[in-house]
Design a protein around this ligand. Structure first.
Ligand code: PLP
Length: 285
């Protein structure tokens, strides 16, 4: 099958799934989500993504209506069942269905669980990407993976309109992250990245790259860096579930990076090796 969806016990294709009008997600964006990518039908870093999913839900008082192991099995099963070996797997928990009213204690609904898997592919690492920058005007709880994504929608639209791939966000001079990825720099052999506070999402891919770099003896500094340091970096790259380690070549129309090609290629090779190992060393061409 091409794709598959689950909503509160119902299973169908994504296109056929019907959601009740009173879903609080549609009124308030009242929910959290997580997303991962598959290689050879295997979702990468599944347990890490699901752990963050349960953590995000807990932060906003949502009790995900399925135990961790059962959800894990459901995602794995869906990833195996669809035709495409390369796919995106998505999980979402919302506060459920209830007559519209802001306070949720009285909504009466039970949390909803959404899962779907559809064909998709990792962003290629053999090309370099173009970015724009924009002021980060999001709220102060960016560590929760909420479905309130209006700022990211606008940032991504602006990038597309500029013929670019991603938007790098900053609060004043401090670089935070991107519209839908974390951004990092290499400078004098050091991997520098913003710390995991309330201003960024603690990316799973970010954590994997950090762990790998430490194993390879590449020093990692998790401290704020500035726009000037970004533009002056030896390399700039972003990471996410779909972007294992994507090199940036241009920001706001100015060339950046390109001064530590071997180091970034080492990090990319390690990222790909880890993905292939997780997918049991097999890839369907
Ligand atoms: N930052 C934001 C705002 C994101 O939306 C994402 C991914 O969706 C990331 C960072 C990267 O996180 P991960 O590596 O867990 O996909």
């Amino acid at each position: 099958m091409e794709n598959i969806a689950y909503y509160n016990g119902k299973i169908s294709s994504i296109e056929e799934m019907m959601i009740p009008m009173n879903e609080r997600s549609s009124y308030f964006g009242d929910g959290v989500y997580d997303a991962m990518f598959t290689v050879n039908h295997v979702p990468l870093a599944l347990d890490d993504h699901l752990r963050r999913f349960y953590r995000s839900a807990k932060r906003i008082d949502i009790d995900i209506p399925m135990p961790f192991d059962e959800l894990r099995e459901l995602v794995l099963d869906f990833c195996r069942r669809i035709d495409s070996p390369d796919a995106m797997a998505y999980v979402q928990a919302t506060r459920g269905v209830g007559m519209r009213g802001h306070a949720y204690r009285f909504a009466g609904g039970r949390p909803s669980l959404w899962v779907w898997v559809k064909p998709d592919a990792l962003d290629p690492m053999d090309r370099a990407y173009k970015c724009i920058t924009m002021e980060d005007t999001r709220f102060l709880h960016c560590d929760i993976k909420t479905i309130n994504l209006l700022p990211s929608v606008i940032y991504t639209q602006r990038a597309e309109e500029a013929g670019c791939d991603e938007t790098i966000l900053h609060r004043g001079d401090r670089v935070t992250e991107c519209a839908h990825s974390n951004v990092h720099i290499l400078k004098d052999g050091v991997f520098r990245t913003a710390p995991c506070d309330n201003l960024i999402l603690p990316g799973i891919t970010r954590a994997h790259r950090i762990a790998q770099c430490r194993e390879m003896g590449i020093p990692v500094v998790e401290e704020p860096f500035t726009l000037t340091e970004l533009m002056d970096a030896d390399e700039v790259f972003f990471t996410s579930a779909s972007a294992l380690c994507c090199r940036v070549r241009e920001i706001d129309g100015r060339p950046v990076g390109g001064r530590a090609p071997e180091l970034i290629r080492r990090i990319q090779a390690a990222a790909w090796r880890e993905a292939l190992e997780e997918a049991n060393g097999q890839r369907w061409e």
